[in-house]
Every structure is written in C-alpha cells, then in structure tokens.
Design a protein around this ligand. Structure first.
Ligand code: F6P
Length: 442
C-alpha cells in the first residue's frame, strides 16, 4: 500500500458500485456510471471531498480497474468470483440474512461455508477501503452485506471515522439470536462510530442486544425527488393500456418480501365479487428480475406468474388483459410515466426496510392526483401515514383499501392526502437524509 493510493477523504462502501457494466463486440468489459438515489444524495459530498466508492460491479470473476466519473469520484471495483457470488451474495447475504432480517417470511439457511465466504468477502472490501482512504478520512458503509466491514476496518485503520447504515429492517432480538454467528456480526457492526437504521424500532432492536460505544439512531432514507417532478404525457401512457377508467400499478423487485402475490389475490377477489369492472380496469405489475437462481425467488416468480395467468384467463377478454405483467427492468423515464399515469399505486410488502417505490410514486404526483395503498409493514408507512394503509398478510385488508382508493379517486380528501405526502417527500429527501447522517457522524 503506497501513500499516494490513499487518495480519498470520504469513501462510500456498498455491495454494488453505481455502474452499468457493458461488454463490447470483442468481449471486453467496460463500466458506465449509473447514478441512483444514493449517488445523487452523496454526489456533492463525493465531489467536494475527493470521494471514492468501493463496491462490486455486478460481474463474476472479472477484474476491472479503478476509474473516475465525470464529477471526479473514483470507483474501486471489488472482484467476486463464482464461489463468492454463490456463497457470499446468494448464500449468506440473500438466503441467510435477508429472510432472517425480514421476519422469517422464508426460512433462513444457516451454512458454515457461506459464513466463511461472508467473512472473506467483507475482509476484501475492508482491505480495499483501508488502501484508498486518506489519513483521518470518513467511511460510510452501506447495508447488510457488509456488516463486518466496520469492525475489520477499525482494526486496520483506527484513524478513520466509520458510519454504517442498514437499508433493510433489523430484526428483534428473538429472531436475531437464531444466527449462529450473531456475536461476530454484532462486533462487526459495533466497529462503527455511528449506526443508522431506517426506523426507531430497528435502532431499538439493535440496542436491546447489548451496550455498544457506537451512536445508534434512526435516519429514514428517501429519494432524489427532482427527476419525478417533470410532467409526462399521462394521456399517452394510458392510451397504451387501452384507456382504462382505472389504472392500478405495482412496481417491485421480484422478491417474496414484496407481497406481489397477495396484491394480485386481492385484485382477483375484487373482480370476483364484481366490485371492480374487468373491462374498464387495468393492473400493471412491473416485477424486476432479482436473485433469480435462488429457490425461494423461483418459487415466488412461479406463484406470481400463475396468478397473473389465472386472473387474465378468468377475467380478461379477447384483446384485453386485465393484468399487464412485465418481468423486466424498466428505465427510470418509463417508470416515471407509469407513476404519473396510475390512479392507484399498490405497495404491499410483507416486510420492507423503507420502500422507495412508494416515495417515488408520491414524488411523481406534484398535482396531488393519484392514491397510494401502502403496507403497514413498509418503513415508509411511518412517514406516508396519509396513504391507504393495509395489512398485506390479510388479502381482504388489501382489497378493501384498494377499493377505497379507487372510489375516492379525485375527491378533495384524496387530493389532500396526496398533497400532504408529496410535501413530506419533497421536504425529507435523500439529500437531507445524507446530510443528517454525515453531520451526526462527524
Ligand atoms: O436495500 C436492499 C438491497 O439489497 C440493496 O442493498 C440493493 O442495492 C438492492 O436491495 C438490490 O438488491 P441486489 O443488489 O441483491 O440486486
């Protein structure tokens, strides 16, 4: 490690780099920056402080060089090989921690080899950060894939100030204590000076596991609002779906935590009971492919697709599908058109750290049109309490809230609810979230 390599006063470390990786005709790989909400929030700090970002570019077994983005941020790719991908990413991160931290919607798998991979990969991230961060620099670690990094980094570089933010829920002690490696995870997290959680209840769950020197606080994350404000041609978007009287929308990663099946069942029950008219209603469901090799994700996809087929078979007509299902990742500009055109957005996770889709929909309705049906089990429900809140474990609860939202559409009450939520998201945006966390950290 040479002194010149320690270039950055401020370093973000996240499982993923904010890039899209592309392969050209000759097969060589290049990575293009793809700014998401987190980058948008951190961009001013990254630019001001000679920032760096350490993360995985999303390819397997490929070594990419560090490279700089236009604003001068340097991205430092960390390599995952096939075994790391299977055991660290798919295994420990997404088949052990993910279901455990989401209240056991699926059964977590405890596998010692995956744990070793988790340790090994966390160490690789910590070492890379240690190499690129300047003396007395600030490091901000993101999420459940990297919970050991603060502790490892503290040992490698006691001079650094370290923050950790958990984007997903942190479970109550009665669940967390199942984890065979609970002590190691806790001591990894306690390496941070500041531990941020989405909700006060998650922070309390962490505190209940014992004292630590870290400051522990809730910082509910939000979105970069600006891209959602510019009006789009909603009439043209609705036209594409045959100009329905009511356009319902769901947008999720295809994940069992998102409650996509339950939402479809609720819609089916409304059709069955004749409370919603199949001819004049369209439900658009965008399900972004995610973690596709994992069994629980395959099962979820089959169940969702079976429900879509069944509902269209029962209630569609020649030339009209009542559910329009898209198993694909849409560009942000396309999503914004859908958000703005939809009368009712249906967000029904069984458990969710925050749910930024709900905030994106609300941000897209500066004119106070539209309605949001939102799960009580999404972190966003604490801030968007003017939504039609439902219990996603209860299909009747989802159905009755969707119906209420449809029936109230356009009313003064509906407009006032959306206006209040829109103001909330505009005020508490992701820039403010990042500022508050970093102010507290330093
Ligand atoms: O917020 C949860 C999270 O796992 C993030 O860390 C991640 O960026 C996102 O969901 C998508 O998941 P993945 O990186 O597994 O595709």
């Amino acid at each position: 490690m040479n002194a010149a390599a320690k270039a950055h006063d401020f370093v973000v470390v996240a499982n993923r780099l904010p890039v899209d990786v592309e392969r050209d005709a000759e097969g060589s790989i290049s990575a293009r920056p793809s700014p998401g909400g987190l980058v948008a929030a951190l961009q001013p700090v990254l630019a001001r402080r000679r920032g760096g970002w350490v993360g995985w570019p999303g390819t397997v077994g490929e070594t990419l060089p560090s490279f700089s983005t236009e604003d001068g941020t340097t991205l430092h790719p960390v390599v995952l090989d096939e075994a790391d991908f299977e055991e660290f990413y798919e295994g420990f991160s997404n088949a052990t921690l993910w279901p455990l931290y989401h209240d056991l919607i699926m059964r977590p798998i405890y596998n010692a080899q995956w744990w070793q991979a988790y340790e090994r990969v966390n160490r690789r991230f910590a070492q890379r950060v240690a190499e690129v961060t300047a003396e007395d620099g600030v490091v901000w670690v993101q999420d459940y894939q990297l919970q050991l990094v603060p502790g490892m980094l503290r040992e490698l570089r006691p001079d650094l100030t370290i923050g950790l933010f958990m984007h997903i829920p942190f479970p109550p002690p009665s669940l967390f204590r199942q984890l065979p490696w609970r002590e190691q995870i806790l001591s990894g997290m306690r390496g941070a000076d500041l531990l941020g959680f989405q909700l006060e209840s998650c922070a309390a769950n962490f505190r209940a596991l014992g004292a630590s020197k870290s400051k522990v606080r809730a910082f509910p994350i939000s979105i970069d609002v600006e891209p959602f404000l510019a009006p789009t041609d909603t009439a043209a978007t609705r036209e594409k779906f045959g100009n329905p009287r009511t356009l319902l929308l769901g947008v999720d990663r295809l994940d069992y935590t998102k409650g996509i099946l339950q939402r479809l069942e609720a819609f089916e029950s409304l059709l069955e009971r004749g409370l919603v008219d199949a001819e004049s209603t369209v439900f658009v469901q965008v399900a972004t492919p995610s973690r596709e090799r994992l069994e629980h994700y395959r099962q979820t996809r089959s169940a969702v697709e079976e429900a879509v087929g069944r509902i269209n078979g029962r209630f569609g007509s020649i030339g009209h599908s009542v559910v329009r299902y898209h198993h694909q990742s849409l560009r942000k500009s396309e999503l914004i058109k859908l958000y703005q055109a939809a009368d009712v957005m249906v967000v029904t996770p069984l458990k969710d750290g925050m749910n930024l889709v709900a905030k994106e929909y609300v941000a897209s309705h500066a004119d106070a049109s539209g309605a949001l049906v939102l799960s009580e089990f999404a972190g966003a429900a604490e801030q968007l309490n003017q939504a039609y809140l439902c219990n996603p474990h209860d299909v009747d609860s989802i159905a009755s809230k969707v119906l209420e939202a449809i029936q109230h559409a356009g009313s003064a009450e509906a407009r006032s609810r959306m206006h209040t939520m829109h103001q909330q998201v505009r005020t508490f945006d992701v820039q403010r979230w990042a500022e508050q966390f970093l102010k507290e950290l330093q």
